[in-house]
Design a protein around this ligand. Structure first.
Ligand code: ADP
Ligand code: MG
Length: 250
């Protein structure tokens, strides 16, 4: 397993957003995390990516305990992510977003990201090459100099993918990658996720679009009220009584 989660719990004051969840993500596969709004899916991603510290439990990535690592260290170890609402700078260009985003993700703070040493300026050249490479990979290289505010929602999703890929992650976490895009575009984004896997990535996505999840995922984890209520192949999940009652039935 590329990632193993053991008895993970996250409480925010009196609210337990993720409760005793154990799960794993297999290398080279597509894993989907599904469940109703408020089920704890985004919190689950925030825990894996080091944006939140677990209250209890462990997260093991490639044999290493990453439970207590900060986000920038988790990113450096090989976990990339997107956010449910794309965190892009509207006025900046696509290319600038990928470069600045990359720096923010791998440096410990905004100050570090803004003050540049000579060595860092050299790194910046490498960063520019990487940014162009990932924009090409996600299919928006022709938009490199377009401001974010001028491109479509689907193109913004692709830019967010590029940002996640810029740190060369082995595991890519995508939080609702197809939310707010039309069915044709959804298919294009699904193809892009398959392309990531074909290029050696392991993908884990949170998604509500069930046809997409069922055709794309190798494995599905179902969360409800912070707890894992099922885990299995698309066929097993489709036939699971408690999943139908909690989520699929409606
Ligand atoms: P999902 O992504 O499945 O819709 P979330 O993980 O966003 O669910 O949220 C799960 C629960 O945790 C919700 O009740 C939400 O309000 C709460 N929650 C999430 N993040 C925080 C936070 N930073 N502080 C307090 N409560 C939070
Ligand atoms: Mg969410």
């Amino acid at each position: 397993m590329l990632l193993t989660i053991d008895q993970l719990t996250k409480s925010f004051g009196g609210l337990t957003a993720v409760q005793n969840v154990s799960a794993s993500i297999e290398r080279g596969k597509i894993t989907a995390v599904i469940g109703p709004n408020g089920a704890g899916k985004s919190t689950f991603f925030n825990l894996i990516s080091g944006f939140h510290l677990p209250t209890t439990g462990r997260i093991i990535f490639k044999g290493q305990d990453i439970s207590k690592l900060k986000a920038e260290n988790v990113a450096r170890l090989g976990i990339g992510r997107t956010f449910q609402t794309t965190h892009l700078f509207e006025q900046a260009t696509v290319l600038e977003n990928v470069i600045v985003g990359h720096r923010l993700r791998t440096k410990s703070g905004l100050i570090d990201a803004l003050f540049r040493t000579k060595r860092e300026r050299l790194e910046e050249k490498m960063c520019l090459d990487k940014a162009e490479e990932v924009l090409d990979f996600v299919g928006v290289s022709s938009l490199a100099y377009a401001p974010i505010s001028s491109i479509t929602q689907e193109q913004q999703k692709r830019v967010a993918f590029a940002l996640a890929l810029a740190t060369d992650p082995e595991l890519v976490l995508l939080d609702e990658p197809a939310a707010g895009v039309n069915p044709d575009e959804t298919e294009g984004l699904a193809d892009l996720m398959k392309k990531m896997v074909n290029h050696g990535k392991t993908v884990c996505l949170i998604e509500h679009k069930m046809p997409m999840v069922m055709s794309l995922a190798d494995h599905i984890i179902v969360l409800n009220h912070g707890q894992k209520i099922a885990d299995g192949s698309p066929k097993e999940i489709r036939e699971n009584e408690s999943v139908i009652n909690a989520y699929l039935g409606g």
